[in-house]
Design a protein around this ligand. Structure first.
Ligand code: N01
Length: 541
């Protein structure tokens, strides 16, 4: 890509400040350099990788296939990197991201151990003044939040955690050194994707494992394994088309063709066959779009729920435990559809007990363990797999102020408002990669991140070529997008479910759907259309 047409004239220290050195921040830096911008990344941790660096509990894998869950911007990179398993471990993904950092010499512009505490827009000079935790400041023309959607842990909100005299672990912030649970009495609280992945591994080590379940999740088996080299080669030979399909034609950024039929357009036997085929493929993203009405029709969704419930009953020996593990009365995929390796089978082990918090809630953590309504359970270790303050958590942790000192937290008091999830009215030159109102967590994050970074880079290039320096969402543009995103989701089952997608897991968080459900394919078309027609809905000067 050619450099920005004109150099930007401003009095700032740098052209672009990028917060976060995860998948998004690294690629943003790469594109900013291509434009010839003076760019700096600020990363609170001491390594690249973002969530994939901090989040390193045993059993952690991605639920998108490795060959899709990777950068597509460099043909050389995607040809030379070899993934070993269908679904990569956290360790392998982190090795890959470190490799990318080395290959493109990214580290020299990444400031590690540098937490940004505030970013204030200055109406006088049109620059962002960014403050680090150590009090130093830097001024920049563009300000990019690449802070991730699932990077800020949610408080477990259980009293007495500090009283516990054993060891406490959080899946969201796991120790760097491996933890040995052998011979230990271990508790796990939380049954989302993280809990479902860590529980089988801990069960193999612990003397006894007790799982405290408040809400069960639907989970499908990964059927993980080594990648067949022949398959990998065929895919690499066709990577260009494969990636194009993911970006332009797929709903979730993963090449998969939905049947484009209602679950009731086919016979019950055919429906079962379709579910079973996708189930055995180990493909949660595909499963949830098996039929075009799974996420809009309660009846259609129930057919998928019944299918998974049947699988759980077949796997779990104790019928009472199986019923506890089945998410009765829940829709499939309106909370994250999980992917596991031996999760349900783990409850057949003699050293594993499932406790339902619906029947006996936790009263508090005490020095010896966990006091529930009816008894004290003693433990050596407690593992919290209690999730994240998703999507807006990391954005609101920084004191961000736009025009006339307007704070982002104030503006978003009733829920996030954004134009395409990428820019916020009254916050000029601030970009949020995979921000609220974009496909983000409903998609293959690499695809959504590359789309946003490319959009931002092309936008900055456009400004330079047209002798401009500033862009902001107009209030109307933002209102139109919010209305559109709300309308699309209002036809689905998502708003009827308490989930982190709706902000429902964090007390006091506004109930707003945090993503865009219109599909990666349609979303991308809209992004391209906006860019290709001179940025309607945005104000440029
Ligand atoms: O978090 P979650 P997560 N007492 O919010 C329970 C991605 N991810 O870290 O629902 C008792 O899903 C809570 O119960 P409830 C993926 O997008 C991906 O597991 O509030 N329980 C719930 O069961 C995923 O969706 C991968 O009733 C409490 C659990 O904790 C997202 O990250 C792997 C509680 C939290 O589940 C988040 O997943 C890991 C309390 N006080 C993560 N507080 C893969 O790619 C919370 N809970 C495979």
């Amino acid at each position: 890509m050619s450099k920005a047409h004109k150099s930007f004239e401003h009095e700032g220290d740098i052209d672009i400040a990028i917060i976060g050195a995860g998948i998004a921040g690294m690629y943003m830096l790469y594109r900013a350099r291509e434009l010839g911008l003076k760019a700096q990344v600020y990363e609170q941790g001491d390594e690249v990788g973002g969530t994939w660096y901090r989040n390193r509990y045993p059993g952690l894998r991605c639920d998108v296939e490795s060959m899709d869950y990777s950068y597509s911007f460099s043909e050389e990179l995607q040809q030379e990197w070899k993934w070993s398993e269908r679904f990569s471990t956290q360790g392998e993904i982190l090795r890959y991201l470190k490799y990318v950092a080395e290959k493109f010499d990214l580290r020299r512009d990444i400031n590690f151990n540098t937490r940004i505490v505030s970013a204030h827009y200055n109406d006088e000079n049109g620059l962002w003044r960014i403050k680090k935790e150590n009090g130093e400041t830097v001024t920049s023309l563009y300000y990019v939040m690449a802070t991730g959607c699932l990077s800020v842990p949610k408080e477990p909100n259980i009293n007495g955690i500090d009283d516990f005299k054993g060891n406490i672990y959080y899946t969201t912030d796991w120790p760097k050194e491996p933890v040995d649970f052998s011979g230990k009495r271990v508790a796990v609280i939380g049954n989302g994707s993280s809990g479902i992945q860590v529980i089988p591994i801990l069960a193999e080590q612990a003397q006894h494992l007790m799982v405290f379940q408040r809400t069960p999740s639907f989970s499908l088996p990964a059927y993980n394994g080594p990648i067949d080299p022949d398959y990998a080669q065929v895919l690499k030979d066709n990577y260009t088309e494969h990636r194009r399909f993911a970006r332009e034609d797929s709903i979730g950024g993963i090449p998969f063709v939905s049947y484009d039929k209602s679950a009731f357009d086919v016979s019950p036997a055919e429906r079962w066959r379709v579910y079973n085929e996708l189930y055995q493929r180990g493909a949660p993203f595909a499963f949830q779009s098996a039929f075009n009405d799974l996420l809009t029709s309660e009846d259609a969704n129930h057919t998928a729920a019944d299918f998974i419930a049947d699988k759980i009953r077949r796997k779990v020996n104790d019928p009472d435990v199986a019923e506890m593990l089945i998410p009765h009365g829940q829709y499939v995929a309106t909370r994250r559809l999980c992917m596991d390796t031996g999760y349900y089978e783990t409850f057949n082990r003699d050293n594993v007990t499932l406790t339902s918090l619906k029947h006996t809630p936790i009263e508090r953590i005490v020095p010896e363990g966990i006091q529930t309504l009816d008894q004290l359970h003693e433990f050596d270790c407690i593992v919290f797999a209690t999730g994240y303050d998703a999507v807006t958590g990391a954005l609101l942790r920084v004191d961000i102020r736009g025009k006339e000192g307007l704070s982002l937290a104030e503006k978003w008091e009733d829920g996030p408002r954004s134009n395409m999830g990428i820019m916020v009215a009254d916050f000029p030159n601030m970009f949020t990669i995979t921000g609220p109102g974009s496909p983000s967590v409903l998609s293959n994050m690499f695809v959504s991140i590359e789309n946003h970074v490319d959009w931002i880079a092309n936008c900055i290039k456009y400004l330079g070529e047209h002798g401009n320096t500033h862009i902001a969402s107009s209030k109307e543009g933002e209102a139109d997008w919010v209305a559109h995103a709300n309308e699309v989701v209002s036809n689905t089952l998502f708003p009827k479910t308490n989930s982190w997608y709706m902000g429902a897991n964090v007390p006091g968080k506004p109930r707003v759907f945090l993503a865009y459900i219109g599909g990666v394919n349609n979303y991308r078309k809209i992004c391209d259309q906006v860019a290709n027609s001179g940025y309607p809905g945005f104000v440029i000067h």
